[in-house]
Design a protein around this ligand. Sequence first.
Ligand code: MG
Length: 492
Amino acid sequence: MVLGGDGRFYNREAIQIILRMAVANGIAKLFIGQNGILSTPAASYLIRKLRADGGIILSASHNPGGPEADFGIKFNSSNGGPANTELSDKFYHAACEITEYKITEFNDIDLSTLGDERIGNTEISIVDSVAEYCSLMEHLFDFDRIHNLFNSGAFHIRFDAMHAVTGPYAKEIFEKKLGANHGSVVRAQPLEDFGGGHPDPNPMYASELYAHMFAPDAPDFGAASDGDGDRNMIMGRQLMVSPGDSLAIIAANASRIPGYREGITGIARSMPTSRAVDRVAAYMGIECFETPTGWKYFGNLLDNRMITFCGEESFGTGSDHLREKDGIWAVLFWLNILAERQQSVRDIVHQHWRAFGRHYYCRHDYEGVSLQQGEDVLAHLSEQLPQLSGKKVEGHTILSGDNFCYLDPVDNSLSENQGLRIVLDNEIRIIYRLSGTSTEGATLRVYLERFEPEPEKQHLDTQVALADVAKISRTLAKINELTGLNEPTLIV
Ligand code: MG
């Protein structure tokens, strides 16, 4: 098995405990990231490369860390991907029935020194996950070409590791291997509490990077990743590339990248993600799959070579190189595109919109509503679904409304109630989902999208372009009446 985590509070202590339990249970071999550090994508890669039976990743992803904050334990299967629903259910039931556990006592293992050690019947290897991951990236991307771009002296980046797991990976790859200026990677030291920050790469929590990229002396390219290194935010000068656009641009430029020159088999996106990539897939004559929210739904498609790329609106992008979304990979993909095309991020995005049209897109979160209020909104909408088609709202006509369900084309498993989806004229789409039930209540997520084919109308502010759609979303679902909220609490 593979074992490691994102470096948050309790990472090292948990690893020592898991080691003692692994030895007591006779696990044959454990591969542990040096210093206990293992990004989620690196763990996925190691599981696959080493043909491990699975891996334990200690992380609460993009959520804050520290003595009073979040901690999490994830299990990834032998394909390198998140445990599927069936396996998760088995874990849950087994955990409910536990009456005893085995543990062997021995002194803490030194996690800082590379090498092998044997305790009982278990062989323990401390591995350099940065070097392993880096070799995979060198295989996929044209490092020489990207190095030349940095060597020109006229190209500068800022990568914000947010004091989370990608720091050591980013320092090695961007600064040492590719020649970015020393100091291009900021907040590179993984800290147990992420420096008190919220390691989630979006305009709100990566506000420092955001401010730098909108400053007059902004670098050419900016990016950030989250707590465990699987999310990414891509920025150009005075510009953020939306995750949906990023996925579409990655797919459209695949033939320029060494690891993907052979062609791509298909693409998948989660249902609420912008349909920008659908247009690229249609142009390329390949299939575009629409899956429920959650990376595990891409696993079967990837394992059966039905897709090459996949992505989610929540800043997740990935490919068949492993079975998780991958933040550093997405950044390298963009750097390789920039090195090949010798254009700015802005020019590349604008050219893409001219060629394929622009999908204005954003997510409105209504946070801290009670579970009851959230369910009331969805129930109110669900009741209307059968009569929605043909109805007029705020000057637009509703074409269809449904509750998204997904039939997995590989194992035929059915996932129901995956979000209410309303499609209107002018390629407007509104999706409602309820998520994040916790002590602080639930979050009603509303995803807004509108297609704009006319180049001269593609440069509006997103919120301005979607003002009508936002109004329709509130009217249709009676959000104000049922939750008491007149405006979203978070716009992403
Ligand atoms: Mg994450």
